[in-house]
Design a protein around this ligand. Structure first.
Ligand code: ASP
Length: 330
């Protein structure tokens, strides 16, 4: 005859099995909170700043059932090719010696990652980062090595310094003061993360870095876990703003870990911004950092140190731009 202890043990085991079953089911089937405007929250794509052209390019792929990885690459390429975006790719403002040097990274649903730092003369660093991920045994290629690799992959060598950027650099040289600008034209580094119809997550980040930086400076954007991070079981995050603050706190990794512990993406991004303010109060007061995040259910979050950070979200057939809430008021 089964003892009471055995009965209890079996009941507990059955209970655990049921919970695991619910969890498994929950992974794949939408709950009411997973639905907006009559459709699931996925696919979805979110990008730093008003990068609606980028989210539109990504959506074309996502809405056709494509892979999130292709979507984020396509989105980042839009910003890279835009001469009016003075913080990314072609048209990016140079370092203090007049060199346009680019940083970018990409990460897929399997946790594969690729990155280029201090890359010159190549318009689409995000695509070079993808080749690093897919075709080399490495994660990061830098400087001349990255350029050599890009050329061997057939990327054309181009002059990325536009006349406008050159003029801005000439004007800057008059005083030669390095002072990172908060919300520079509200059009900055692109960090873009997406979840596709099959709930695969990917992310990318691309930048020309801080305008008039020291020669050789690399920021957060190409560093996996700082400028961008993806964990397909959880979610993805990306950053913009003063890279030094993001590097010292590994913001994107922190956000994904907070989501892993059950936090909503909004709470997770707030945590990363608060961490910066707590560790570096003075720098946090004087600079901007903004994060965007998406979880695998398509819920999103965005938050910044200073007001003025906005982001683009394409979800449920709508491509919208929103103002992010911020820690400080101006
Ligand atoms: N995070 C970038 C960097 O520090 C700059 C930016 O977002 O504008 O290189």
């Amino acid at each position: 005859m089964p003892s009471r202890r055995l009965f209890l043990k079996n009941t507990l085991l059955a209970g655990t099995g049921m919970l695991a079953g619910i969890e498994l089911w929950r992974q794949w089937l939408p709950f009411p909170d997973d639905v907006v405007g009559g459709s699931t929250r996925w696919p979805a794509v979110i990008a730093t700043w008003d990068n609606r052209k980028a989210t539109a390019a990504a959506w074309q792929i996502l809405s056709a059932g494509g892979r999130a990885l292709d979507a984020v690459e396509a989105g980042a390429r839009v910003a890279e090719a835009d001469p009016n975006d003075t913080s990314v790719g072609y048209g990016g403002l140079p370092d203090r010696d007049g060199n346009v040097t680019l940083d970018a990274c990409i990460m897929d649903e399997f946790g594969n990652a690729g990155s280029v730092t201090y890359l010159q003369h190549i318009k689409h660093p995000v695509s070079v980062a993808r080749r690093v991920m897919e075709k080399t045994p490495h994660v990061i290629l830098s400087g001349d090595g990255a350029l050599e690799f890009a050329l061997s992959e057939g990327f054309p060598k181009e002059n990325l310094l536009t006349e406008e950027a050159r003029r801005a650099w000439e004007a800057w040289k008059v005083k030669s003061e390095y002072r990172p600008v908060i919300n520079s034209e509200r059009h900055d580094t692109i960090g873009i993360v997406a979840v596709d119809a099959q709930r695969r997550l990917s992310g990318a980040c691309s930048t020309s870095g801080m305008a008039f930086k020291m020669r050789g400076r690399v920021g957060d954007s190409p560093i996996i876990g700082a400028g961008m991070f993806v964990d397909n079981e959880v979610g993805a995050a990306a950053a913009t703003g003063l890279g030094e603050l993001v590097l010292k706190t590994l913001g994107s990794f922190l956000i994904v870990e907070e989501m892993r512990r059950g936090k909503h993406p909004q709470k997770a991004v707030e945590k990363a911004i608060r961490r910066i303010a707590q560790k570096y109060p003075q720098q946090a007061r004087e600079n901007q950092v903004g994060f965007v995040a998406l979880d695998r259910r398509g819920r999103h979050g965005a938050f910044s140190l200073q007001p003025g950070f906005n982001y683009a979200l394409f979800q449920a057939e709508q491509n919208l731009v929103f103002e992010a809430a911020s820690l400080f008021a101006r």
